[in-house]
Design a protein around this ligand. Structure first.
Ligand code: MG
Length: 204
């Protein structure tokens, strides 16, 4: 059971999270420069999801404060994209960050499937739908289906992190994962400068 709350603008100043918050973003498309940020979803790991509509021209001081709060870990699935998008559109570097996709790639080397749906099914036995993934997130009024989908994307990240941390420790890659998470801000800056293709870490 998920409780969903929608904000058409910034989150209230008194909305607080414990030591971590699950975060996901929905955009108009996959092009960092062309496609605007439409929605930021926040999950508290206790079944509550907060959907923050990003309306051009509005200010988001409380959301920015949360994204840069040193005491609150931001848990993403594929943080690279969302951290770059938030840096580009909101002007803040998200920190500290945990990425369940990077964690999965480092410890679940028995598979090449690291999408949220696959990782959730494998580690938690949860089935999640990706049907609304390509819908119009820039719409003024989001449909119930869109809100449900958006909330689901932040529902399992705390539980996934717990499972992934166990696996990372078991495989001796926990420290390496932290180093990768610490590098995500630099990766996001490189992506925004188009140093992603060809990748500057590649030989050619
Ligand atoms: Mg999503």
């Amino acid at each position: 059971m998920t409780n969903i709350k929608l904000f058409k603008g910034d989150i209230p100043a008194d909305l607080s999270f414990d030591e971590s918050v699950a975060v996901d973003c929905e955009m108009m498309g996959l092009d960092l420069h062309r496609d605007r940020l439409c929605l930021v979803q926040l999950g508290d790991g206790k079944g509550n999801a907060y959907l923050v509509q990003i309306i051009p021209g509005k200010e988001y001081p409380n959301l920015k404060k949360l994204m840069t709060d040193e005491k609150v870990l931001k848990i993403f699935h594929y943080a690279r994209m969302d951290v770059a998008k938030i840096l580009n559109d909101l002007g803040v570097m998200v920190h500290p960050v945990y990425c369940t996709k990077i964690a999965s790639k480092l410890c679940r080397t028995y598979t090449s499937f690291h999408g949220l749906k696959n990782v959730c099914y494998d580690l938690l036995g949860s089935t999640l739908s990706k049907e609304q993934q390509t819908s119009d997130w820039g719409a003024k009024e989001l449909s119930d289906e869109q809100m449900q989908y958006a909330a689901t994307d932040v529902l399992y990240l705390h539980a996934l992190k717990n499972k992934l941390d166990e696996l990372l420790k078991r495989e001796g890659r926990y420290e390496l994962a932290q180093e990768c998470f610490n590098f995500l801000g630099t990766r996001a800056k490189l992506d925004l400068l188009s140093f992603d293709e060809p990748d500057i870490f590649a030989h050619h």
